[in-house]
Design a protein around this ligand. Structure first.
Ligand code: NAD
Length: 398
């Protein structure tokens, strides 16, 4: 049985992935420092869904599936020695790395969250890579990156899977062909850390033969997977607040509590999306299709479709009768962009994409309605701005 370490396995993507891998027969160990739960406490929010403690979740999974998931509470960015000891004992075949601060708005809240995001994300990734080299372990690192590393100014080009072929004019006008990492263009401190992760992977693959798959994931929506549905105690996290809530889930939550759907700017931003049940499948496909030792990092675009934000708001409004509120954009980003993305590599591996369907939308909407009384309405609007000169958009709630 294959040993998999899931760093960040208590989180929104990590928990359902851990269950899915366990269900598929992998021997799963979760590492998490529970920082995300602590940040929620600091922000004065809870998951919209009543998530149980990691220990209770794991006991519930044992009860319903008969399978064991191990849990180690450890800070991968700070506790290098403990991480190395754990890796040495476990000798994982694969390490899935979700363990980073993942909110762009949170990373822009001020100097402390900026520094925390950089320290946490860069050190977490680097400690993992350095420990694997120290211990001479040949574990396949599967990292969750983001589509945001590419930026959103594709100018009509299809964004490739990580690498871009370029032609450079050299001496005597000779044309040289090169393949480089697609130029990164991060839109927040959080996205900046993900672009820096890419360089660390490139270096450690080249220098030490570390096998890496970097998954450039789109915005995840939905809550439940087949596994998390099996018992109320297994329910997945649902972030609704202005910092951590992802756009489509936020619209569905806003509709459920009679709050206008807050569209930033013109809503002309086009973004890539993936449903949580495809996230877990993609991670498994990535684990079972590792690169060879000595290969450059494999980069796969983990998204299934693109949508314009205002069109998503209109769709949710049509389905639920919610109102749409156009508010000032708290971010610094292009008001309108088109987006075309290649996801050929997952399709080739057999992914059958889950696309935005009314059934799935109403499923998530029902989850939001069921737990609507847990929402702190003061935390729904996005309050973090990208620069000191901006003011958060005002939302009028009748
Ligand atoms: P999340 O915040 O729900 O989960 C991250 C988990 O990692 C948390 O449980 C947190 O406690 C843990 N963690 C953070 N720092 C750690 C550290 N130093 N040591 C140990 N554990 C640590 O986030 P998520 O939505 O599940 O995202 C997981 C990954 O997927 C992130 O890296 C994120 O960048 C990427 N991603 C997410 C989305 C999305 O829409 N949710 C989109 C693209 C990429």
């Amino acid at each position: 049985m294959s040993n998999v370490l899931v760093i960040g396995g208590d989180g929104f993507c990590g928990w359902p992935t851990s269950l899915y891998l366990s269900e598929q027969g992998y021997n799963v160990t979760i590492v998490d420092n529970l920082s995300r739960r602590k940040i929620d406490n600091r922000l004065g929010v809870v998951s919209l869904t009543p998530i149980k403690s990691t220990q209770e979740r794991i006991e519930a999974w044992k009860e319903v599936s008969g399978k064991t998931i191990n849990f180690v509470e450890l800070d991968v960015a700070q506790e290098f020695d403990d991480l190395a000891i754990l890796l040495g004992e476990l000798k994982p075949d694969a390490v899935v790395h979700f363990g980073e601060q993942r909110s762009a708005p949170y990373s822009m809240r001020g100097a402390c969250p900026k520094r925390y995001t950089v320290d946490n994300n860069i050190n977490a990734t680097h400690n993992l890579l350095a420990a694997l080299v120290l211990l001479d372990l040949d574990a396949h690192v599967v990292h969750l990156g983001t589509m945001g590393v590419y930026g959103y100014d594709g100018a009509g080009l299809e964004i490739p899977e990580g690498y871009q072929q370029i032609m450079v004019r050299g001496d005597e006008n000779v044309i040289h062909n090169r393949e480089i990492l697609y130029p990164s263009n991060p839109g927040s401190i959080y996205h900046m850390t993900k672009t820096m992760d890419q360089l660390m992977f490139q270096f450690y693959a080249k220098n030490d033969g570390i096998r890496v798959t970097d998954l450039h994931q789109g915005i995840v929506w939905g809550t439940q997977t087949d596994e998390t549905r099996r018992d109320e105690r297994l329910i997945n996290r649902f972030a609704y607040d202005g910092d951590y809530g992802t756009v489509l889930n936020r619209f569905l939550m806003q509709a459920a509590i009679g709050y206008p759907l807050t569209v930033h700017g013109t809503g002309g931003q086009t973004r890539a999306f993936i449903h949580i049940r495809d996230t877990v499948r993609c991670v498994e496909l990535a684990i079972s299709n590792p690169p060879e030792k000595g290969d450059r990092p494999v980069i796969r675009n983990q998204m299934t479709e693109t949508h314009r934000v205002r069109e998503l708001a209109d769709l949710v409004a049509r389905l639920t009768g919610a109102k749409v509120a156009m508010v000032d954009n708290p971010r610094k980003e292009a008001a309108e962009n088109d987006l075309r993305v290649s996801n050929a590599s997952f399709l080739k591996l057999g992914l059958n994409p889950t696309t935005l369907a009314e059934g799935l939308l109403s499923d998530t909407y029902q989850v939001a309605q069921k737990y609507a009384d847990r929402i702190n309405r003061d935390r729904v609007a996005a309050a973090t701005t990208w620069t000191k000169n901006q003011k958060p958009g005002v939302v009028t709630v009748e």
